[in-house]
Design a protein around this ligand. Structure first.
Ligand code: UN1
Length: 508
């Protein structure tokens, strides 16, 4: 693994503050990094002080004046080259993601693939930042709208997708003509530093000035600086609902824009008409993949009473076959949680499930012994619960799966919607009527609703995000780019008269 760090020029100590290829000292204190895979301590990253932050902001402001004048397809060409550089580094960056964050190597590579895909998507977009044209009610007039860049986009990302979610935001923001300032999770600064090195090479080759894509590593206070900073018209934040509420309130108080992608409490409805073998793969991958640390992880299964016992038995059997261990070993299904705090939260939730009346049919617990030295490996577990338990209403970022029974489709949809979050949802069914009912206006209230696919693993081409306490933001595909631009309506009078709208007469 030390070789991978070397690939990205990371030694014993590295600055976590950069304006592009230039690295600032990072005088805001030290962040000690370590791997949940083996507990090894890795390197020290220096965080941004307020002074560093202001220096970065000044560079970003200056860079925006230049970047916004570059034609969008030319900005897209730079992003195309970033996609090529990511292809070159896919193996190493994927390994580093897996080692620093603890997700499986397949998922580490998958995350880099998402970055490559969003680059390709953004390149195409750079020629399609379309506005509409309208017919003016006045003779000799033309009306249309155009989309202009906003300025500095602040990006606050979470540890669980340490690099992909940054790229969803930054690649779109960059083709839109914005400049970016990224605050990565303080739990995963090394992958962020690696990305900064990768893009710096592309920027240098294209004479892109310092400040177009910046890094400000640090803790909560750095996020607060971004949220409160009037120089940052858009703050895109991914993380817990608690964090999102505080960022949203701060950005809202200054009437800035916040794009929030927060917690989920995602359910799969397993209908009596489901293909149970297919449902099993979707449910188990959704619940234990990334050790239950995706915002789209499957937290709840709502199972029809007629297939409840059969599906429960299949689940228990499948959980018995899970291999938990080093995520870089491709024979393992489940890696570690991110840190000891996450393990505590997992154990606390298990206690709460029991205290509130839940019954575990697959027991949890922390693994010890050879290969589990980091103390972050836990057993995926399953409990039979009621949807209204306080703990079931809450998102625990760990592989704890809740199961419950239903008898009518209406009841299943009400259970699925009966949580504060609204990110991802799914129904497993071969019955057209109930599938369409689930997708209708009276169906799932989530931003993502799938049929015969689990809740996690969304493709980049669709808009990603959710409703209610998930925050309402949409990132990635479809027309999510509009959040990164400002719309301007233009009316041009090419007649020799000045008629007023609505037929108003005003003669001098
Ligand atoms: C997240 O967990 O923050 O749908 C993002 C998925 C991934 C992205 C998840 N493409 O699981």
């Amino acid at each position: 693994m030390l070789d991978v760090l070397k690939t990205f020029h990371i030694g014993q100590q590295h600055s976590g503050v950069s304006t592009g290829k230039d690295w600032l000292p990072g005088s805001g204190g030290n962040i000690a990094t370590w791997s949940p895979v083996d507990g090894a301590s890795l390197t020290t990253v220096t965080a941004a002080s307020r002074e560093d932050y202001d220096q970065v902001m000044a560079k970003a402001q200056e860079a925006f004046l230049y970047w916004r004048t570059i034609p969008a397809p030319a900005r897209g060409e730079v992003v195309r080259q970033i996609g090529m550089a990511l292809r070159e580094h896919k193996d190493a960056l994927g390994k580093l993601v897996s080692y620093e964050m603890g997700k499986s190597l397949q998922e580490g590579w998958g995350e880099v693939q998402e970055m490559i895909d969003i680059c390709d998507f953004a390149v195409g977009l750079s020629r399609q930042l379309h506005g509409l044209t309208m017919h003016s009610e006045r003779p000799g007039h033309r009306m249309y709208e155009q989309w202009h860049p906003l300025g500095i986009t602040g990006i606050i990302s979470a540890f669980n997708f340490p690099v992909a979610v940054w790229s969803w935001n930054s690649m779109l923001a960059l083709v839109c003509g914005n400049v970016c300032v990224w605050k990565p999770s303080e739990k995963t600064p090394l992958t962020a530093i690696a990305c900064q090195h990768i893009i710096a090479g592309v920027f240098a080759a294209n004479n892109v000035p310092e400040g177009v894509s910046c890094l400000v590593t640090g803790g909560r206070e750095v996020g607060e600086w971004l949220a409160n900073d009037g120089r940052v018209p858009l703050v895109s934040a991914t993380g817990s609902t608690r964090m999102g509420k505080s960022v949203g309130a701060a950005v809202g108080a200054r009437l800035g824009r916040a794009l929030l992608e927060l917690g989920g409490n995602n359910a799969i409805i397993i209908s009596e008409h489901a293909d149970l073998d297919m449902s099993l793969i979707g449910a188990v991958f959704g619940a234990v993949g990334t050790a239950g640390q995706r915002c789209t992880s499957t937290r709840r299964l709502i199972i029809h009473e007629k297939v409840y016992d059969a599906f429960r038995d299949k689940l228990v059997k499948a959980y018995g076959q899970l291999r938990i261990g080093n995520p870089l070993d491709q024979n393992n299904h489940v890696g570690p949680l991110i840190d000891q705090d996450a393990v505590k939260a997992y154990l606390h939730s298990i206690e709460q499930v029991k205290a509130q009346g839940g019954r575990f049919i697959v027991e949890g617990g922390v693994l010890e012994g050879a290969g589990y030295e980091s103390g972050c490996y836990v057993k995926p577990c399953i409990a039979e619960v009621k949807n209204d338990y306080a703990i079931v209403q809450h998102e625990t970022f760990a592989p704890i799966l809740y199961i419950m029974k239903y008898s009518t489709t209406e009841e299943a949809i009400a259970l699925q919607n009966g949580v504060p979050q609204g990110l991802s949802s799914a129904i497993m069914t071969l019955n057209l009527r109930e599938a369409e009912q689930f997708l209708s206006a009276a169906g799932s209230d989530c931003g993502i609703a799938n049929v015969n696919i689990g809740t996690s693993g969304a493709e980049i081409g669709g808009a990603f995000g959710g409703e209610k306490e998930t925050g309402g933001g949409r990132e990635s595909g479809s027309d999510a780019w509009r959040a990164y631009m400002r719309r301007q309506t233009n009316t041009i009078n090419y007649s020799a008269k000045l008629p007023l709208a609505q037929g108003i007469k005003f003669d001098l």
